[in-house]
Ligand binder design. Sequence first.
Ligand SMILES: [Fe+2]
Length: 251
Amino acid sequence: MLIAQISDTHILARSSEQAASASRAEALRRCIADINRQGVDVVVHTGDTVHNGTADEYAYLREILADLDAPLFLIPGNRDRRDALRDALDHLSYLPRNGDHLHYVIEDYPVRLVAMDSVAEGERKGAFCARRLAWLEETLALAPDRPTILFIHHPPFDIARRFVGGYRHPREAEDLAAVVNRHPQVGQLLCGHVHFLHREPWGGTTAATMPSVAVDLRKEVDAAIEAAPLYLLHVASTDGGLVSHTRIVTP
Ligand SMILES: [Fe+2]
């Protein structure tokens, strides 16, 4: 199973006078064109789809995403606003129409996709509160034998000197790792938020982050690739393990 991961597109309104409005839209369009050429099964977006959570931004995002051939599964980031996202992307039938969190599970593929919402609206930091953890525990317990990929916007761990204390409570992050540790079918956790590439052992599995698709916001990317946007291609094996490639989309 081939999974493309995009993240942190931070789309601005088409009418915005910021130069980044055009460059971020173009970066996403170029990634989508390349993803379409790869014949992927699904695309996951690990959050911060737009920059300010406005209806105008979501309308522009929807227009750009319309070119994508494969099904898209997205989770909100701290820049998203759930109600505006739900309203503007009402064609994404897997998004819960009601409730506080945009959690869901996709069962249609050889690898089970579990998306957990880590957003506390109005806050930059990630939230892994007891209600979310109970949902995750219950969800993972329903299919212990199904290889699973988990995706969450906020990495639930510190990354030395680069990302420290990016969630509300260290105890919540420890509890989240403990939940995942009890469910060895989780082959990997995919995150966004930090805008750079990172990978480490976590919760009995592997956790990874990726650079933002928004080129002006990404960090720690070699200057040699300059303005070329990038995304990740994950080849999932039948046990849920991932081999990941970075796709640099050169003109
Ligand atoms: Fe972001």
